[in-house]
Design a protein around this ligand. Structure first.
Ligand code: TYC
Length: 92
């Protein structure tokens, strides 16, 4: 029997990052973190405060396609609610 070597590469991962601004309500950001990133109320509150106090914070780490989709969902939802919330992705 011939031996087979299975070669594969792990996909690159991307951080989805929320940015602070002066206008988006804190409750809205907490809701976004619970709704789109499955965060518990306590985790969502902690991440929101980190963004508020430090300027940015990580919502999660995903493959490119999923990270892109999350960024789109957040930006869409913020725009529909007329908040200037910004969300980006960066290579992990
Ligand atoms: N700085 C905002 C305020 O004081 C709250 C906020 C938190 C906005 C996180 C955006 O990603 C953000 N209302």
């Amino acid at each position: 029997m011939t031996s087979q070597k299975t070669e594969f590469a792990y996909p690159s991962m991307y951080r989805v990052v929320l940015l602070n601004d002066d206008y988006t309500p804190m409750d809205f950001v907490v809701f976004v973190l619970e709704q789109f990133f499955d965060k518990s109320p306590a985790d969502a509150q902690a991440i929101m405060l980190e963004v508020h106090n430090r300027g940015s914070g990580v919502c999660g780490v995903f493959t490119y396609e999923i990270a892109e989709t999350k960024v789109g969902q957040v930006m869409d939802f913020a725009q529909k609610n007329q908040h200037p919330l910004q969300c980006t992705l960066e290579k992990a």
